[in-house]
Design a protein around this ligand. Structure first.
Ligand code: IMP
Length: 190
Protein backbone atom coordinates (compact mmCIF):
# COMPACT_ATOMS: atom_id res chain seq x y z
CA UNK A 1 0.00 0.00 0.00
CA UNK A 2 1.19 3.53 -0.81
CA UNK A 3 0.59 6.23 1.75
CA UNK A 4 0.38 10.04 1.79
CA UNK A 5 1.08 11.97 4.98
CA UNK A 6 -1.49 14.76 5.23
CA UNK A 7 0.59 17.40 6.99
CA UNK A 8 2.46 20.55 6.03
CA UNK A 9 4.51 20.32 9.24
CA UNK A 10 7.98 19.07 8.18
CA UNK A 11 8.76 17.82 11.70
CA UNK A 12 5.59 15.74 11.86
CA UNK A 13 6.18 14.33 8.38
CA UNK A 14 9.71 13.28 9.37
CA UNK A 15 8.57 11.69 12.62
CA UNK A 16 5.73 9.78 10.95
CA UNK A 17 7.96 8.62 8.05
CA UNK A 18 10.63 7.37 10.48
CA UNK A 19 8.13 5.45 12.59
CA UNK A 20 6.40 3.89 9.57
CA UNK A 21 9.61 3.14 7.64
CA UNK A 22 9.41 -0.28 5.99
CA UNK A 23 5.72 -0.74 6.80
CA UNK A 24 4.34 0.65 3.51
CA UNK A 25 5.44 0.27 -0.13
CA UNK A 26 6.07 3.99 -0.37
CA UNK A 27 5.36 7.03 1.79
CA UNK A 28 4.79 10.44 0.18
CA UNK A 29 4.71 13.93 1.60
CA UNK A 30 2.16 16.40 0.23
CA UNK A 31 4.85 18.40 -1.57
CA UNK A 32 6.14 15.31 -3.38
CA UNK A 33 2.67 14.89 -4.89
CA UNK A 34 2.20 18.62 -5.47
CA UNK A 35 -0.83 18.69 -3.18
CA UNK A 36 -1.38 22.09 -1.60
CA UNK A 37 -4.09 22.06 1.05
CA UNK A 38 -4.30 23.60 4.48
CA UNK A 39 -7.85 23.03 5.70
CA UNK A 40 -9.27 24.97 8.63
CA UNK A 41 -9.41 22.85 11.77
CA UNK A 42 -12.96 23.64 12.75
CA UNK A 43 -13.87 20.48 14.69
CA UNK A 44 -14.19 20.60 18.49
CA UNK A 45 -11.94 17.57 19.02
CA UNK A 46 -8.77 15.87 17.77
CA UNK A 47 -10.60 13.12 15.91
CA UNK A 48 -12.77 15.59 14.02
CA UNK A 49 -9.77 17.66 12.97
CA UNK A 50 -7.74 14.60 11.90
CA UNK A 51 -10.70 13.52 9.74
CA UNK A 52 -10.91 17.00 8.18
CA UNK A 53 -7.21 16.81 7.22
CA UNK A 54 -7.49 13.26 5.82
CA UNK A 55 -10.61 14.07 3.76
CA UNK A 56 -9.10 17.30 2.42
CA UNK A 57 -6.11 15.41 1.02
CA UNK A 58 -8.11 12.37 -0.17
CA UNK A 59 -9.84 14.64 -2.71
CA UNK A 60 -6.49 14.91 -4.54
CA UNK A 61 -5.21 11.31 -4.44
CA UNK A 62 -6.31 7.71 -4.78
CA UNK A 63 -3.66 6.57 -2.31
CA UNK A 64 -4.25 5.87 1.39
CA UNK A 65 -3.94 9.01 3.53
CA UNK A 66 -2.69 9.33 7.08
CA UNK A 67 -3.48 12.44 9.16
CA UNK A 68 -2.96 13.35 12.78
CA UNK A 69 -4.26 16.01 15.09
CA UNK A 70 -2.25 16.52 18.23
CA UNK A 71 -1.96 18.86 21.13
CA UNK A 72 -0.77 19.55 24.64
CA UNK A 73 -3.14 19.16 27.60
CA UNK A 74 -2.09 20.80 30.86
CA UNK A 75 -3.89 19.69 34.05
CA UNK A 76 -3.74 23.04 35.83
CA UNK A 77 -5.18 24.77 32.75
CA UNK A 78 -8.17 22.42 32.56
CA UNK A 79 -6.74 20.61 29.51
CA UNK A 80 -5.74 23.76 27.57
CA UNK A 81 -4.27 24.45 25.09
CA UNK A 82 -5.74 21.15 23.80
CA UNK A 83 -7.23 21.39 20.30
CA UNK A 84 -6.08 25.01 20.18
CA UNK A 85 -2.40 24.09 20.70
CA UNK A 86 -1.22 25.32 17.30
CA UNK A 87 -2.82 28.77 17.67
CA UNK A 88 -2.65 29.19 21.47
CA UNK A 89 -0.49 32.33 21.27
CA UNK A 90 -2.64 33.84 18.51
CA UNK A 91 -2.46 33.91 14.72
CA UNK A 92 -0.35 33.62 12.64
CA UNK A 93 0.74 30.48 14.51
CA UNK A 94 4.17 30.67 16.13
CA UNK A 95 5.90 28.12 18.36
CA UNK A 96 7.68 30.93 20.23
CA UNK A 97 4.47 32.81 20.98
CA UNK A 98 2.73 29.58 22.03
CA UNK A 99 5.55 28.75 24.44
CA UNK A 100 5.63 32.28 25.84
CA UNK A 101 1.89 32.22 26.49
CA UNK A 102 2.13 28.80 28.13
CA UNK A 103 4.86 30.05 30.47
CA UNK A 104 2.77 33.14 31.31
CA UNK A 105 -0.32 31.07 32.08
CA UNK A 106 1.75 28.69 34.21
CA UNK A 107 3.58 31.34 36.15
CA UNK A 108 3.32 30.60 39.89
CA UNK A 109 1.50 27.31 39.21
CA UNK A 110 2.83 24.38 41.25
CA UNK A 111 1.01 21.50 39.53
CA UNK A 112 2.78 21.35 36.14
CA UNK A 113 1.58 17.93 34.93
CA UNK A 114 0.76 17.71 31.24
CA UNK A 115 0.42 15.26 28.40
CA UNK A 116 0.76 15.31 24.66
CA UNK A 117 -2.04 13.55 22.81
CA UNK A 118 -2.46 12.43 19.21
CA UNK A 119 -5.39 11.07 17.27
CA UNK A 120 -4.21 9.44 14.05
CA UNK A 121 -6.52 8.58 11.17
CA UNK A 122 -5.65 6.22 8.31
CA UNK A 123 -8.10 6.71 5.44
CA UNK A 124 -8.19 4.03 2.76
CA UNK A 125 -9.19 4.77 -0.84
CA UNK A 126 -12.98 4.51 -0.80
CA UNK A 127 -13.33 6.14 2.59
CA UNK A 128 -12.94 3.42 5.21
CA UNK A 129 -10.90 4.68 8.17
CA UNK A 130 -8.88 3.31 11.07
CA UNK A 131 -8.14 5.41 14.17
CA UNK A 132 -5.27 5.20 16.67
CA UNK A 133 -4.75 7.33 19.77
CA UNK A 134 -1.65 7.84 21.90
CA UNK A 135 -0.38 9.99 24.73
CA UNK A 136 2.78 10.71 26.71
CA UNK A 137 2.95 12.20 30.19
CA UNK A 138 5.29 14.79 31.60
CA UNK A 139 5.61 18.26 33.10
CA UNK A 140 5.92 21.83 31.90
CA UNK A 141 9.31 23.26 32.92
CA UNK A 142 9.91 26.86 34.02
CA UNK A 143 12.06 27.55 30.95
CA UNK A 144 12.90 25.98 27.61
CA UNK A 145 15.56 23.27 27.37
CA UNK A 146 17.00 21.98 24.10
CA UNK A 147 16.66 22.93 20.47
CA UNK A 148 15.35 19.72 18.92
CA UNK A 149 11.81 18.94 17.82
CA UNK A 150 9.12 21.59 17.41
CA UNK A 151 6.16 23.20 19.13
CA UNK A 152 6.15 22.79 22.90
CA UNK A 153 8.99 20.21 22.87
CA UNK A 154 11.55 22.38 24.73
CA UNK A 155 9.12 22.98 27.63
CA UNK A 156 7.87 19.39 27.92
CA UNK A 157 9.85 17.23 30.36
CA UNK A 158 9.16 13.57 29.62
CA UNK A 159 8.96 11.34 32.71
CA UNK A 160 10.15 8.40 30.64
CA UNK A 161 13.12 10.05 28.93
CA UNK A 162 14.04 12.18 31.97
CA UNK A 163 14.74 15.11 29.66
CA UNK A 164 12.70 17.47 27.53
CA UNK A 165 11.60 16.51 24.03
CA UNK A 166 13.70 19.50 22.96
CA UNK A 167 16.79 17.76 24.38
CA UNK A 168 15.87 14.32 23.04
CA UNK A 169 17.14 12.91 19.76
CA UNK A 170 14.50 12.11 17.15
CA UNK A 171 14.92 8.43 17.95
CA UNK A 172 14.43 9.01 21.68
CA UNK A 173 11.32 11.13 21.15
CA UNK A 174 9.87 8.57 18.74
CA UNK A 175 10.43 5.79 21.29
CA UNK A 176 7.86 7.28 23.70
CA UNK A 177 5.90 9.96 21.85
CA UNK A 178 2.14 10.39 21.63
CA UNK A 179 2.48 10.28 17.83
CA UNK A 180 4.39 6.99 17.74
CA UNK A 181 1.95 5.43 20.22
CA UNK A 182 -1.03 6.48 18.10
CA UNK A 183 0.72 4.99 15.05
CA UNK A 184 1.47 1.74 16.90
CA UNK A 185 -2.19 1.39 17.87
CA UNK A 186 -3.19 2.01 14.28
CA UNK A 187 -0.70 -0.55 12.95
CA UNK A 188 -2.01 -3.14 15.40
CA UNK A 189 -5.51 -2.64 14.00
CA UNK A 190 -4.26 -2.80 10.40
P1 IMP B 1 -1.82 20.23 14.69
O1 IMP B 1 -0.81 20.38 13.61
O2 IMP B 1 -3.13 20.85 14.40
O3 IMP B 1 -1.95 18.80 15.13
O4 IMP B 1 -1.30 21.13 15.87
C1 IMP B 1 -0.57 20.59 16.83
C2 IMP B 1 0.09 21.66 17.65
O5 IMP B 1 0.29 21.04 18.92
C3 IMP B 1 1.44 22.02 17.09
O6 IMP B 1 1.44 23.23 16.42
C4 IMP B 1 2.29 22.09 18.34
O7 IMP B 1 2.19 23.37 18.90
C5 IMP B 1 1.62 21.11 19.28
N1 IMP B 1 2.23 19.77 19.14
C6 IMP B 1 1.69 18.65 18.59
N2 IMP B 1 2.56 17.62 18.62
C7 IMP B 1 3.67 18.10 19.18
C8 IMP B 1 4.92 17.51 19.48
O8 IMP B 1 5.23 16.35 19.20
N3 IMP B 1 5.80 18.31 20.09
C9 IMP B 1 5.54 19.62 20.41
N4 IMP B 1 4.40 20.22 20.14
C10 IMP B 1 3.45 19.46 19.53
Amino acid sequence: MELVIASNNKHKVREISEILAGKFDRIYSLSELNIHVDPEETAPDFLGNAMIKAEAVAVFTDKAVIADDSGLEVDALGGAPGVFSARYGGEPCSDDRNNEKLLREMSGVQDRKARFVTTMVLRFPGGKTLVGVGDVKGEILLEKRGKNGFGYDPLFYSYELKKTFGEASEEEKNSVSHRSRALQELLTKL
